[in-house]
Design a protein around this ligand. Structure first.
Ligand SMILES: C[S@@+](CC[C@H](N)C(=O)[O-])C[C@H]1O[C@@H](n2cnc3c(N)ncnc32)[C@H](O)[C@@H]1O
Length: 213
């Protein structure tokens, strides 16, 4: 019998290091879409809606950070964004994203380490479900800001119902205080997994930033 979806979720949240996280996603990849959609996963939809509100359809390229199996990319393709590039630490998740055919480039990479993209390469970057416990560190925001062009947008989801993710907010706000970017909008807080009773208390917001310039 396959593992229940909340067991996979807990495993990726509690991964001790990148190898453990990679192994956990390798084990989950094939079942990921079915599991999170069964839990009513709302993050890709809210991220894509915010992209639609803040990024011209002609803008390109866009970077999907922690693209996973491509649930965000699928929606962006539906909205008419033609050059969306996927990056993720998990080759197993990326293989499924590649099969979707909604990305113009698939690249393995690690948020928290230097990104292999030049300064100002992207019109926008998105990150859905990636800046969370056991995943990308808050310092990765600095690198994302570096690869955005002046005026480029960053759309990111963060968990907001407890203090565990306060360091993400602190880093976002420090970059704003330093004049690197400014906040354009914060969504209302929603349940990312409304159909999963063990996640009913979790709330997530999506934030939209514009790089200075
Ligand atoms: C919960 S999934 C979200 C995937 C997709 N954005 C979605 O909403 O379905 C988190 C993804 O982030 C990736 N990830 C976690 N930490 C990462 C890091 N430090 N650098 C790059 N990718 C990371 C994982 O491999 C996984 O594919």
């Amino acid at each position: 019998m396959s593992e229940p979806s909340q067991d996979f979720l807990e495993k990726v949240y509690s991964a001790g290091d990148l190898d453990e996280l990679r192994d956990s996603y390798a084990a989950w990849a094939e079942q990921y879409d079915r599991d999170v959609l069964k839990m009513g996963y709302q993050t890709p939809g809210l991220v894509a809606a915010m992209v639609a509100r803040h990024v011209e359809p002609s803008a390109q390229p866009l970077l999907d950070c922690g693209a996973g199996t491509g649930l965000v990319g699928l929606l962006l393709a539906g909205l008419g964004y033609r050059d969306v590039r996927a990056m993720d630490l998990s080759e197993d998740m990326l293989a499924l994203a590649n099969a979707r055919g909604c990305y113009s480039e698939i690249r393995q990479g690690i948020l928290g380490e230097p990104l292999e993209y030049p300064d100002g390469a992207f019109a926008a970057a998105v990150a859905g479900g990636v800046f969370t416990r056991g995943h990308a560190p808050a310092e990765a925001y600095d690198e994302i800001a570096r690869v955005l062009r002046p005026g480029g947008r960053f759309i990111v989801s963060e968990r907001v119902d407890n203090d565990a993710n306060a360091h993400y907010r602190a880093r976002r706000e420090a970059l704003a205080a330093d004049g690197v970017w400014r906040c354009l909008e914060a969504s209302e807080a929603i349940q990312p997994f409304p159909l999963e009773p063990s996640e009913a208390h979790v709330r997530q917001q999506v934030f939209v930033y514009a790089k200075a310039g």
